[in-house]
Design a protein around this ligand. Sequence first.
Ligand code: FE
Length: 184
Amino acid sequence: MRTRLPARSAVIRALFGLAAIGLAAQAASPALSPTVPLTEGPFYKAGSPERSNLAASVTAGQRLTITGTVSDLEGRPLGRAWLDFWQADSAGRYDNGGYQFRGHQFADAAGHYVLTTVIPGEYPGRTPHIHVKLRAPGGKTLTTQIFFPGNARNDSDPTFDRSLVVAMSTDGKSGQIDFVIPAP
Ligand code: FE
């Protein structure tokens, strides 16, 4: 019997070891892929007004409502996350003197956001895109861009990233994209 005790405890140690490896593997492979960061570009302006409708006083362009969630890598909603959007107008022009097509908002308690805007135009060297910075309360800022499906220039724009294409409704009036950032 005496000789079996060490053997048994070795088995127990091995089982605990396997359990620890299992836990480590779970922690290392989160449920969701993090949102890909992309360059801020030259046109960010801090201090945008708080608003979710960037097109309230705009008549030109194709209206679009984009919805989605902000969550952590495990899919837990990051309520009250800050999202700061900026984009060109439908003719591809940024308002660098003021704040047209610039606005920040906070996701609701369930991490949902709604952005009302127009589809941005192309400008030299870029396929249509909307810039966004986002941050969970107390977290780090992620800067990225979102894109639209089917644009001829998507594939020739070196900044384009397929994982950041908005899922568009068939009528082209609404889109959906979720953001995944590390929990603070
Ligand atoms: Fe841009």
